[in-house]
Design a protein around this ligand. Structure first.
Ligand code: PLP
Length: 392
């Protein structure tokens, strides 16, 4: 179906941070399946582990215990504030699970008849009906009304507006079940969360027994330079969602909860493919490689290198670029208001110079390369971006 406005290239193979199209043209991949191919393309450890898993067992139902799923849940719980995990197949599906968890929490723990979830303007939480309603961007809602009831929106990082909205809903007693926010807004324009804002939201949620749920789908699993985005903000959520980078290019999503927020019981939620041995083997391999290759350190060093290089480009092209922002290997370059190209046009032009980059909204160019990218490849990325800008 025509749901995608695709670029006119066909990618047929990849190795590390490089992909090749069907004409043999080679690109540096700073998109990585949109922050998904954590270990790059065709990573030997992932290839070996998945080959072995296919020979052993590919899929069984969640009617039975699945050791790979238990092992991955154990790794995630050991390395985060969560104590239990529900596995699914995508970010939207993980957020759907979080929304159901929030509603059940609202009903059972706050005695709310029609629980409300507060989310941020310019957020992105996925395309299923509840996740797209949670997404605070009208352009994603248009044409799909009636939306799911029980959501309201506040401007991201705006404490005063958040407190006012919370007060308005809770004026006559408990009404809000959860706050669902990205630690850094990816699709919405690479907007990092503000520590003061998140700290106060955490306090307000704790005071009222409202769940603070973070959508870590884009920023989690090491992309920020910390394993989880919430570590950048100095807080712990009651629950958070993952997908994208968790499987290193294989479909997997997850909802992780702290023990006190674990309100689900058998029968409350399910997914046929969720947590199957193959997907969990992919997740486990990504997790082990993150540790073995000290990839968080690489993300920090390469993120700094990338950000410094992008800042340099701003001084060379002030008529096109005005700001660089982001964490680790999730960096955005903000275009000038009156720039003669928008971000999507710039991403299209970069193809001519053998570079894959992706827009985040109309005025931000986003760079989310594999977490294994090395120093020389960052230099190439910057050089190719510069050549692209020079041709604008
Ligand atoms: N949440 C965030 C923060 C995302 O960036 C995305 C996708 O870009 C999603 C949710 C949706 O994930 P998926 O496309 O796997 O459903």
């Amino acid at each position: 179906m025509g749901t995608y406005a695709r670029f006119p290239i066909t990618l047929v193979k990849g190795q590390g941070c490089w992909v090749v199209d069907d004409t043999g043209k080679r690109y540096l991949d700073s998109v990585a399946g949109i922050a998904t191919c954590t270990l790059g393309h065709s990573h030997p450890a992932l290839r070996r582990a998945l080959k072995r898993q296919l020979r052993t067992l590919q899929h069984v139902s969640n009617l039975y215990r699945i050791p790979e799923q238990e092992e991955l849940a154990h790794w995630l719980a050991t390395n985060s504030c969560a104590s239990s995990v529900f596995f699914c197949n995508s970010g939207a599906e993980a957020n759907e699970a979080a929304i159901k968890l929030a509603r059940k929490h609202g009903h059972t723990r706050r005695n709310i008849e029609r629980p409300i979830i507060l989310t941020a303007a310019s957020s992105f939480h996925g395309r299923t009906l509840a996740a797209v309603t949670a997404t605070g961007q009208p352009k994603y809602h248009q044409g799909f009304e009636p939306l799911v009831e029980g959501f309201d929106y506040f401007p991201y990082n705006d404490l005063q507006a958040f407190e006012a909205l919370l007060e308005r809903h809770e004026a006559n007693g408990p009404a809000v079940a959860a706050v669902l926010i990205e630690p850094l807004q990816g699709e919405g324009g690479v907007n990092p969360g503000d520590r003061t804002f998140f700290k106060r939201v955490r306090e307000l949620c704790s005071e009222r027994n409202i769940l603070l749920i973070l959508d870590e789908v884009q920023v989690g699993m090491g992309r920020s330079g910390c394993l989880w985005g919430y570590q950048q903000l100095g807080i712990e959520p009651d629950a958070f969602t993952l997908a994208k980078g968790l499987g290193g290019g294989h479909a997997i999503g997850a909802l992780l909860v702290q023990q006190h927020a674990d309100v689900f019981q058998p029968g409350d939620h399910a997914s046929t493919f969720g947590g199957n041995p193959f997907a969990c083997r992919a997740g486990l391999t990504v997790a082990k490689e993150l540790e073995r290759r000290h990839l968080l350190e690489n993300v920090q060093a390469r993120g700094e290198q990338l950000q410094a290089g992008l800042k340099q480009l701003i001084t060379t092209y002030p008529e096109l670029l005005k700001e660089v922002r982001g964490w680790g290997l999730l960096q955005g370059v903000v275009l000038q208001d009156n720039a003669k190209v928008n971000a999507a046009q710039l991403a299209a032009k970069a193809l001519d110079h053998n570079l894959l980059v992706v827009a985040a909204g109309p005025s931000v160019l986003r760079m989310v390369p594999p977490l294994v990218i090395n120093s020389r490849e960052i230099q190439i990325l910057l050089k190719r971006l510069e050549t692209t800008l020079a041709h604008c």
